[in-house]
Design a protein around this ligand. Structure first.
Ligand SMILES: Nc1ncnc2c1ncn2[C@@H]1O[C@H](COP(=O)(O)OP(=O)(O)O)[C@@H](O)[C@H]1O
Ligand SMILES: [Mg+2]
Length: 211
């Protein structure tokens, strides 16, 4: 399914320390250098309301946050981001680059929290039945390697304190989705150095039809 509107919707997915934020910067610069109007987003967040929801989601004091409540909050933040930012940008023909989107809910809440595919699919169907990313870059890195990269990043948030088993479920769910939707997904070996990872991304961007 193509995204609604005439723009192009790119999402970046993967676990902690996979290099999403690092590559996001390169991707946006590359697109702009190729004459594209780019709108950046991140999840959860990207609007004032969504950033407030992000605070609730990441706050380690909310240790008692129920998994279903967590999933609903993520989709609440996403609904706001879609209405306020993503849909208008795509309708205006812009390229949207989002650091995470609904695949993250499949991976973290469906897989990691073990709520299952159906729960996430029901909300996806409710919030954006008409819209899928045109391209999803999955930055795949072994869990421990990713964790080592973010070790120096400061206090861990409510997701980052999860177990290795949780992150293995997240990673496996991402890879399963990439296998299930091969037209949309590109899996990047994010265990390589930054320059090699960027080279992989650039090769994909250069080969994109319709961008
Ligand atoms: N390919 C890479 N090899 C080694 N370190 C990397 C690589 N990509 C990113 N980093 C570093 O790892 C840390 C996490 O990267 P980041 O882009 O923030 O990951 P994410 O946004 O996926 O959590 C940062 O300190 C970043 O500089
Ligand atoms: Mg990041």
């Amino acid at each position: 399914m193509r995204s609604a509107g005439k723009g192009f919707f790119i999402t970046l997915e993967g676990g902690e320390g996979a290099g999403k934020s690092t590559q996001h910067v390169h991707i946006v610069a590359w697109l702009e250098a190729h004459g594209k109007e780019v709108v950046e987003a991140r999840e959860p967040g990207g609007t004032e309301v969504s950033e407030e929801i992000r605070q609730v989601l990441l706050d380690t004091r909310n240790a008692g946050l129920d998994s279903q409540a967590e999933l609903l909050l993520l989709f609440a933040a996403r609904a706001q981001l879609l209405q306020q930012v993503i849909r208008p940008a795509l309708a205006a023909g812009k390229v949207v680059v989002s650091d995470r989107f609904t695949d993250a809910s499949y991976a973290y809440q469906g897989g990691g929290r073990q709520l299952g595919v159906a729960a996430v699919a029901a909300l996806e169907q409710f919030i954006h039945p008409d819209l899928q990313p045109d391209l999803t870059l999955l930055f795949d890195v072994p869990i421990k390697q990713g964790m080592q990269r973010v070790a120096g990043r400061g206090a861990a948030d409510r997701f980052e304190i999860e177990s290795i088993q949780f992150f293995e479920r997240v990673r496996n769910t991402y890879l399963e989705r990439a296998a299930a939707f091969p037209r949309r997904f590109r899996v990047i070996d994010a265990g390589q150095g930054q320059d090699q990872v960027w080279q992989q991304v650039q090769d994909i961007l250069q080969g994109l039809p319709g961008l």
